[in-house]
Structures are given as structure tokens and as C-alpha cells.
Design a protein around this ligand. Structure first.
Ligand code: ADP
Ligand code: MG
Length: 252
């Protein structure tokens, strides 16, 4: 079974189809890149999967489960976490607090849990903290833990967003332009981290990305879209040498 299967997806805004009959599938453990010119519909696909937008037609199955019947929070509980094209964090909170919020979907204990501080509650709390620490280690961010997000560099804030998404223990990570605004050194770090996330945590990654260097280095497969329609799917070389893709990018 594919990890993610999108079939005949249509998303329209006021009668204009931003996504027009798009189908693709992502296999477990793959890094799958979605590329395309500005306005192609890349972020709209992510918003449809995470149920921020309601498609007009089609189906989106995650591990066989139809997501179109789910609310946005149920998509997160099902195991899908995401980052945004524009960073969305609690700017005035510390890195650690932002990550603990990212962990909130995993907290099973209720509002009275602090009152009934049972061994089980204590054990769970400990487990959440340890998970957050592991992610801080993985992304080499321990030294930022008590810093306010607003005081961090842009690159570090992008990392916090990635870390927060990981705190939800996702099986599938949707990353909207993870390297945009990063310098070459930060982009190289990002590519290593994404590989680690795939290889060490076994997380499947779908990423929208413009940096073809990064895509070439880490993507197993690439989906090219333009004008809300699929142009090509294949490995990086196949998609880059596809004449339809070249025409869409270069206008030739
Ligand atoms: P990309 O991420 O590939 O640059 P988007 O998915 O953001 O493109 O946008 C695709 C098209 O859908 C654009 O024409 C955009 O204006 C339109 N669109 C996206 N979101 C909305 C919305 N909430 N309301 C109206 N139009 C939208
Ligand atoms: Mg976008």
C-alpha cells in the first residue's frame, strides 16, 4: 500500500481550479519532492492534504485511510505533520516551549492530570520531555532551547518549525519550502537532517522545494506541476530533462 495516495484531486477558489485532476502516490520511506513555478498549486496540495482547504473532488488516502472525511486535527493524530511556507511559530515563547506545544497532540492525559499526578502521568510527562530532547539533539539545537524564537536567525527559526513538526511523531512530514531563505551552509545542513529524519526515524517526507540542488541531493522522486496539473513524475534526472517541464519553467 502506498503511504499517500492522491487521486483526481480538484481544488477550486471561486470557480477557478487551482488544482485540476491531480493524482500521485508516495511510497513509505521516500523523500518525494513537488516542484513547479509560483502559483502552480504546490501549497494548495499541502493545504488539501492537511484539510485546511476542502477539495471539490477527488480522494486523499493516507495509509489507506480517506482523509477527506477527517477534520484538520484528525489528520495530525493520523500521523501527518507539516511546516508552512511562511514560518508559523509562537515568536515570544522559547524554543523548548514551542516544541512542547508541538508535542501536545500526543498528550493523552486531561486537564486534571496535574492534580492527579499519578505514576502514569509522571511517566508520560517524562517520555514527552525525552522525545523533545531527542529531537533537539537530532537537529543540533540544544544550545537554542531557552532562547525566544523571535531572537533567533531565520535559519534557526526554520529549524524550530521542523523540530516542532517532528514532535508530533509523524509518519508523514509535509515540508513547504524547507530551504527557502537559507544560505548554502544552512541548506546543506537541512539536506543532512532531512536524510537523517528519513533514515533514522523512518519518516516519509513530501517537500515542496525550489532549490534543485537540494532536490537533486535528497529526493527519491519528483512530481512536477504547473497550472494545477501534473507535468511529469520520475527521478530527478528524468524530470529535469522532460521537455514539458523545461517549457513550463523556461517558457520555451
Ligand atoms: P504555489 O504554492 O505552487 O506557489 P499555491 O498553491 O499557493 O501555489 O497557489 C495556487 C493558485 O491557487 C494560485 O493561483 C493562488 O492564487 C490560488 N490560491 C491559493 N490559495 C487560495 C485561496 N485561499 N483563495 C484564493 N485563491 C487561492
Ligand atoms: Mg507555495
Amino acid at each position: 500500500m502506498s503511504e499517500l495516495e492522491v487521486n483526481n484531486l480538484v481544488v477550486a477558489f471561486g470557480g477557478v481550479k487551482a488544482i485540476n485532476d491531480v493524482s500521485f502516490s508516495v511510497e513509505p520511506g521516500e523523500i518525494y519532492a513537488v516542484i513547479g513555478p509560483n502559483g502552480a498549486g504546490k501549497s494548495t496540495i499541502f493545504n488539501a492534504i492537511s484539510r485546511v482547504y476542502t477539495p471539490q473532488f477527488g480522494s486523499i488516502r493516507f495509509q489507506g485511510q480517506e482523509l477527506l472525511n477527517c477534520e484538520a486535527h484528525e489528520v495530525v493524530s493520523a500521523g501527518i505533520a507539516r511546516t508552512f511556507q511562511n514560518i508559523e511559530l509562537f515568536e515570544n515563547a522559547t524554543v523548548l516551549d514551542n516544541l512542547l506545544v508541538g508535542r501536545a497532540s500526543k498528550v493523552r492525559t486531561g486537564a486534571l492530570s496535574e492534580f492527579f499526578f499519578t505514576p502514569r502521568v509522571r511517566r508520560e510527562e517524562h517520555e514527552h520531555r525525552r522525545k523533545v530532547e531527542d529531537i533537539l539533539d537530532l537537529l543540533d539545537m540544544q544550545h537554542h532551547r531557552y532562547e525566544k524564537v523571535a531572537d533567533l536567525s531565520y535559519g534557526a527559526r526554520k529549524n524550530v518549525e521542523l523540530a516542532r513538526a517532528l514532535c508530533a511523531d509523524p509518519k508523514l512530514l509535509l515540508l513547504d519550502e524547507p530551504a527557502s531563505g537559507l544560505n548554502p551552509e544552512e541548506t546543506a545542513d537541512m539536506s543532512f537532517w532531512l536524510k537523517d529524519i528519513k533514515e533514522e526515524l523512518g519518516v516519509t517526507i513530501v517537500m515542496v522545494e525550489h532549490d534543485m540542488n537540494l532536490v537533486g541531493r535528497i529526493a527519491d522522486r519528483v512530481l512536477a506541476i504547473a497550472g494545477g496539473e501534473v507535468l511529469a513524475v520520475g527521478n530527478v534526472t528524468e524530470v529535469q530533462s522532460n521537455p514539458t517541464v523545461q517549457a513550463a519553467y523556461l517558457g520555451t
